[in-house]
Structures are given as structure tokens and as C-alpha cells.
Design a protein around this ligand. Structure first.
Ligand code: AGP
Length: 587
């Protein structure tokens, strides 16, 4: 949430910052802005809406030092006034995060000040201006010490050719370019500019000039932080021949599955050591990551006969969880930044549990909080809706569950190795357009399934509502008759996932219940004879035969394509759904 970019170097800053903001737009798209310093003057442009709205004016800005921001609104509605950067006196800044005590600070130190926005962020820049004593780092430290909440800040001052960067509980990285130095929320902003980056730690301060970067710890003592390879490649951020990232990323599902199982061998022995004496497993995450956790719970209980729970990270933290030394908490997060998931991991460790992070972001905060990391090798995921990262998570969790069960990964990898090809077949599957048409015209779509299919039903529902705004629910097929059936009428659609041969008859009961209330039905299934039984009465997507535990990799592709196609029919932008941002770094 919120993307920030800073540049200090020999080139024109606004052009570089604009490109960086475009790459970070998945973090928020309520407003955008850029400010540059030149000859002691700060010039800025900021506007409500997408980054493209500032393109023309940004081109006219001249200066070698600058900052930019793309916003996901928290305090203060999306508007030109609330867009960042915010300025006061000589200072201008961009902020990602939430300042919880901004009202208190306003009342205490800024009485009588005129504010031009409703944001918490403007309070910070006013405080910098008020307390500036000629020593910039000391001033920034004094002000940030007053703040409660989370922040990543990039600050410029009209008098100097530098940037100051600092952070707490929100991500900030420094990038080392050939003709300048950079700051950003995330590596894609620096793809093509910086081969190396440094991930700042909470409380760090970085001073960037065109020629160098100095980093100081929370006591303003100089520190050396590791330089890491920037894994974000410009090519991976290109749309290619796809109109949207969502489609591009669904098409990358097979590669995500393959790369993830190939990477597992490098972490397997460490995972085995961490798992010694494990008696109980809790899988936690938010949204899609939680949905993949539900599948992991089934894997762990089936393969290892160890009690496993799946918990929504934001709930887990506040329910007094029982964690002992033999509890393993598996924290699942595409971004590795989600505040609820990171805090859940911290809590689990503080209570003596061991944490395994399953993430697509190797340098993220979550990896720093974990005892071990299982990589999801999905590559950069730009669309706000998670697609290839979900199937990557399922792959990683399948391998992890096998390790928990004491099964060597060679066998699990062998079973997985046929899946990329089968996922490719799913990408070609016919019949999704007709179901998307049904969904786009419906009053509501109900995704139903039993057991592992129910977990995918929840994900199908999340995906559809997220990108198409069609009301949707995921429900256990057997629960339909206990209440939800009341919603079935001629305008309702049920998408029923049936991959378990033993439970197929019971799930088909749900199909009949919907049909008899005149609802429309689509079935995603690999069960023999189902097409014949439902001929002329329901749309059927046949998925290829596969290992029964791995069917979510195929049904996921079907529900992702369905969500994408429904969004297009309703003329939604599937990459940037309204009100959302990809990484939710506040609680
Ligand atoms: C998925 O389509 C969503 N955008 C959302 O539910 C997401 O999965 C959730 O916010 C968790 O993000 P994370 O995996 O980066 O932690």
C-alpha cells in the first residue's frame, strides 16, 4: 500500500520517478505526485487518480533530486489535496504508513498551523519544519521518535541535494544505480536502474547523495547493511502480448509451479531441522494466502496425521493463541509485507513457536521474522489479484506438508512434475466464456465445494468479487441447504467444484438443489460421467485427471480465468480493482 520512489543523481529525477511509480502502482492508485528540487526551489505536481494523470506535468519538472508517491488512501479521502508529496517550509516528503497519534501531535505542537490536507502525513512534514535545527538527521530522528504507528518516509529539503529515508514497520529499500542512488518501497521500481539494493531495517536512516549512500542505525551510528541482488527484472514487468497483468500472470501459473518445486530442494534440509519434534501446525495468512493455508491444513493432516489449523492472521493475533515450543507456525504471504501476517509471525516466535515463511518475496520483513523460508518462485506479481502466487503457495505447501510427514521431496516433486503441463492444458480449456457471461449477468455467484474443493471455492469467490465486483460467496456444498439456498433464484449462479470421486454424489445433490430453484449452474470437475448427467442443464468445465491432492492447481486456473473474463465483460480493470492495493502494510 502506497508506493514511494526517490532519486538523487545526475539525471532528470522526475522521468525516473514517474517510471518507478508506474511499476509500483499495484501498491495504490488513489492519487499520485512527484516533487523535485532544483536551485533551492521545490516544484511539485500531484493529482487524484492514476499515475498517468500526472504524466504531462511530471515531464516538465526539472531537477536531479526528487521524490514520488502513488497512494492508497487511509487518512483523508482520495483527492488532489490529500495526494503526496506534502510540503512545509523547506521540507517536502512522501509517506507510506499510518501515524496513529497525528491528532495528538497536531494539538500539542502545531496549534494555529494551517493544513492543506486531511492526511496524517502532513503532520510529519510540519514537525520537521518546526524542529529543524540545521542538523537534518537529528531533526528527522527527533520527529520520528514522536510518531506512533508505521512509516516509510523519503524527505527532501530545498536547501540540499540529498534525500533522507527512514522507516518503521513499512518497507523501504535503497538502490545503487550507475548515475545516482534511489529509494523505493519495492524492488520493481528500481528494475533496470539498480542491480543492487539494500533493505533498510526499522529505525534506520539513510542519507542519499548523487555519489553515495550513508546508513545510520536508530542511534544515528553509521552501520553497514548488506547489498543484495535486485531480483526484479525489467522484462518480467512487461505485459507482452497480454492486455492485462492478470491474464499474463495466470498464464505464468505453470512456470510458477515448476520453479517453486525446483527451488524446494535448496531449503529442504533446513526445514527438516526446524520440524524436529513438531506436534502441531498453525498455518496463517490473509486473503488468498489464508485460502492456500486451508489447503495446507488438509495436506498436513492427511499426510502427517498431525493436528493442523488454518487461521486468518488478523484473527490469530488477537485470540490468545496457544503456542508451545513444538508448534510450527507457517506464515504464508505473497508480498511478505502484510502487516497482520508479519505481526502474527512475530507473536508466534515471541511465544516460543517456530515460524516458517512461505513467500514470494525473499527480502521481505516476513523472511526476517522466520526461522526458515520456503520460497514461492512466482516472480513479480503486479496484478492486485493474486493468481500465480496462489498456485505457487499451494505447490510450496504441498512440499512442506510432505516434509512434515517425513516423506522425501523426490517423490513429491515427481508427482508435481506433471502439473505444469496440466496447468497449461487448463489455460486452453473451453467453456469459461459462457460461465463468465452467466456470472456477469447474475445477482450473485456462489462457489461450492467439499473438502479441498471448498478451499478453492473460497478463493474463486474472493477472486470474482475482487475483480468484477459481482457479489459472491464461497460455501461448503453441504451447507447450502442450511441457509444459503434461500438466495437461489433465476438470477443466481452456482459454480460447483467437484474433484473428489467419493464425494461427487453428495456435491451433485447441491447442483440439483440449485437447479430445482431455477438457479444457473457451472461445474468444474474431473469426475467421469458428470457431463452426461448434467447435459443441457449445467455448463461443465472438465479438468484433466491428476493426483487428487493436486487438483487445486487446476481448478484454481479455472476460477482465475472465470474471474478475469467476468471482469472484462463488466468493463472492470482487473489489474487495479477499486478500493484495493496489493500489499496491505497497515492493520
Ligand atoms: C488476493 O487476490 C488479494 N489481493 C489479497 O487477498 C491478498 O492475498 C492478501 O492481501 C494477502 O497478501 P499477501 O499474500 O501479500 O500477504
Amino acid at each position: 500500500m502506497c508506493g514511494i520512489v526517490g532519486y538523487c543523481g545526475k539525471r532528470n529525477a522526475s522521468e525516473i520517478i514517474y517510471k518507478g511509480l508506474k511499476q509500483l502502482e499495484y501498491r495504490g492508485y488513489d492519487s499520485a505526485g512527484i516533487a523535485v528540487v532544483s536551485d533551492g526551489t521545490v516544484s511539485a505536481v500531484k493529482k487524484q487518480g492514476r499515475v498517468a494523470n500526472i504524466e504531462a506535468e511530471a515531464k516538465a519538472l526539472r531537477g536531479n533530486v526528487g521524490i514520488g508517491h502513488t497512494r492508497w488512501a487511509t487518512h483523508g479521502k482520495p483527492s488532489d489535496e490529500n495526494a503526496h508529496p506534502h510540503s512545509s517550509g523547506k521540507f517536502t516528503l512522501v509517506h507510506n504508513g499510518i501515524i496513529e497519534n497525528y491528532d495528538e501531535l497536531k494539538a500539542r505542537y502545531l496549534c494555529g498551523e494551517k493544513f492543506s490536507s486531511d492526511t496524517d502525513s502532513e503532520v510529519i512534514v510540519k514537525l520537521l519544519d518546526k524542529f529543524y535545527n540545521g542538523d537534518i538527521l537529528a531533526t528527522v530522528k527527533k520527529v520520528t521518535d514522536m510518531l506512533k504507528g508505521s512509516y516509510a518516509l523519503v524527505i527532501i529539503c530545498a536547501d540540499f541535494d540529498w534525500l533522507v529515508v527512514t522507516k518503521r514497520a513499512n518497507p523501504a529499500i535503497i538502490g545503487y544505480g550507475e548515475d545516482g542512488n534511489f529509494a523505493a518501497s519495492d524492488a520493481p521500481a528500481l528494475a533496470g536502474y539498480c542491480k543492487e539494493i539494500t533493505v533498510l531495517q526499522d529505525g534506520d536512516f539513510a542519507l542519499l547523495t548523487a555519489d553515495g549512500v550513508s546508513i545510520f542505525d536508530c542511534n544515528l551510528q553509521g552501520v553497514i547493511r548488506e547489498r543484495l541482488i535486485n531480483l526484479a527484472e525489467p522484462a518480467s514487468l512487461e505485459l507482452g502480448d497480454c492486455p492485462y497483468y492478470m491474464l499474463k500472470e495466470i498464464r505464468e501459473v505453470p512456470a510458477s509451479v515448476e520453479r517453486t518445486y525446483l527451488a524446494y530442494v535448496s531449503v529442504e534440509s533446513r526445514i527438516k531441522r526446524i520440524l524436529k519434534d513438531v506436534k502441531r501446525v498453525i498455518v496463517t495468512g490473509c486473503g488468498t494466502a489464508y485460502n492456500s493455508g486451508l489447503i495446507a491444513k488438509r495436506y498436513i493432516e492427511c499426510f502427517a496425521s498431525i493436528p493442523a489449523e488454518a487461521e486468518i492472521a488478523g484473527e490469530f493475533r488477537y485470540k490468545n493463541p496457544i503456542i508451545t515450543g513444538d508448534t510450527i507456525v507457517i506464515a504464508v504471504s505473497q508480498s511478505g509485507e502484510t502487516a497482520d501476517t508479519v505481526e502474527a509471525a512475530k507473536l508466534a516466535r515471541s511465544m516460543g513457536g517456530k515460524v516458517i515463511a512461505v513467500t514470494n518475496a525473499p527480502y521481505s520483513e516476513l523472511t526476517r521474522q522466520a526461522d526458515a523460508v520456503v520460497p514461492v518462485e512466482a516472480g513479480s506479481e503486479i496484478c492486485v489479484a493474486a493468481t500465480k502466487s496462489y498456485t505457487g503457495q499451494i505447490t510450496a505447501l504441498y512440499l512442506l506438508a510432505n516434509t512434515i510427514a517425513g516423506i522425501n521431496s523426490t517423490e513429491a516433486v515427481r508427482r508435481l512434475s506433471v502439473m505444469p503441463e496440466l496447468c497449461n492444458k487448463m489455460l486452453e480449456c473451453k467453456g469459461i466464456d459462457a460461465i463468465a457471461d452467466m456470472c456477469a449477468r447474475s445477482s450473485g455467484v456462489y462457489f461450492l465445494g467439499r473438502d479441498i474443493d471448498y478451499a478453492v471455492a473460497l478463493e474463486g469467490s474472493l477472486k470474482l468479487k475482487e475483480v468484477s465486483y459481482v457479489p459472491s460467496e464461497g460455501y461448503p456444498a453441504g451447507e447450502l441447504k442450511h441457509g444459503t439456498l434461500a438466495l437461489m433464484d433465476i438470477k443466481a449462479v452456482a459454480v460447483v467444484i467437484i474433484t473428489n470421486e467419493q464425494l461427487a454424489g453428495k456435491s451433485e445433490n447441491a447442483v440439483e438443489q440449485v437447479l430445482s430453484r431455477r438457479g444457473k449452474v457451472a461445474v468444474i470437475s474431473n469426475v467421469d460421467g458428470i457431463e452426461k448427467r448434467l447435459q443441457g442443464r449445467a455448463e461443465v468445465i472438465k479438468i484433466p485427471e491428476c493426483d487428487k491432492y493436486l487438483s487445486p492447481l487446476l481448478t484454481a486456473v479455472a476460477v482465475q480465468l472465470l474471474a478475469y473474463k467476468t471482469a472484462l465483460l463488466l468493463e472492470r480493470d482487473p489489474d487495479k480493482p477499486r478500493n484495493l492495493a496489493k500489499s496491505v502494510t497497515v492493520e
